[in-house]
Ligand binder design. Structure first.
Ligand code: ATP
Ligand code: MG
Length: 245
């Protein structure tokens, strides 16, 4: 579905990504892991068309998308939920959600997707008329994921959906991410919560200094001593049942 080959990019003259190869198969969750400042958000920005691609290719559903403007990429079905939980605080929850459908004109489809978002996140339904400034951190995260879904994506890219959230809310959000996958939407999730991400995903990549250091099946990576030593720092509890329930 998504195939990235030899991708390089950066800011101004500073190179950040130094040849990234990565794939997201249809209907799968792929985790992109790595420490602070390793280039994870930069990669998502390049995939979304927010940063120019210096070299390499990005194919989506067999079509090259590198060099296309962001709205064209969204319309093709690739949507990013950005890091930083940015909602429009002076707008209501529902207004925020509707903004996610900015590239669409199919009114009936938009209404259906709004219902689906409220079904995933009943708390957003309860708060639909509330200004998003008044939401909790977990609710804002639900809102930005919901807004991403309003674009009717084929592939949803999530930048650290668990950041700064309590474990219970993280479980809730990860289980919704799994339901979104089951509905047929592929997912690329950037995470620092390595253990949780590898329990959720089918495949994982670890990025360091702008290159992919380790990749493999998530199941194998959880038990890989190299991965463990660099990220996990201990044993992995078996909570996959809770996430994947
Ligand atoms: N707008 C920018 N201009 C210049 N340098 C930037 C810009 N945005 C990010 N960088 C630099 O690019 C590098 C990679 O940043 P990036 O945001 O991709 O990291 P990350 O892996 O997402 O980290 P984190 O986990 O902290 O979000 C960092 O060294 C950062 O300082
Ligand atoms: Mg980041």
């Amino acid at each position: 579905m998504l195939k990235v080959s030899g991708l390089t990019t950066g800011y101004g003259k500073i190179q950040i990504l130094r040849g990234i190869d990565l794939e997201v198969p249809k209907g799968e969750i792929v985790a992109l892991l790595g420490g602070n400042g390793t280039g994870k958000s930069t990669l998502l920005k390049a995939l979304s068309g927010l940063l120019p691609v210096w070299d390499g290719t990005i194919e989506f559903n067999g079509q090259p998308i590198h060099g296309l403007p962001p709205h064209t990429i969204v319309r093709a079905g690739l949507t990013q939920v950005t890091q930083g939980k940015d909602s429009y605080p002076a707008m209501t929850v529902e207004e925020n959600l509707k903004l996610g459908a900015y590239t669409r004109s199919d009114k009936a489809g938009i209404a259906d997707d709004l219902d689906r978002v409220y079904e995933y996140f009943p708390r957003l339904l309860e708060r639909r008329k509330q200004l998003s400034a008044t939401l909790s951190g977990g609710e804002v995260q639900m809102l930005v994921i919901g807004r991403g879904l309003m674009a009717s994506p084929k592939l949803l890219m999530l930048d650290e959906p668990s950041a700064a959230l309590a474990p219970k809310i993280v479980m809730e959000i990860f289980s919704i991410i799994n339901r979104i996958r089951k509905s047929g939407i592929s997912i690329l999730v950037v995470e620092q919560n390595v253990r949780m991400a590898l329990l959720l995903a089918g495949y994982g990549y670890i990025i360091r200094d702008g290159v992919i250091l380790i990749e493999g099946k998530a199941r194998d990576m959880i038990n890989d001593p190299d991965v463990k030593n660099s990220f996990l720092g201990g044993t992995v509890a078996n909570t996959s049942r809770d996430i994947k329930a």
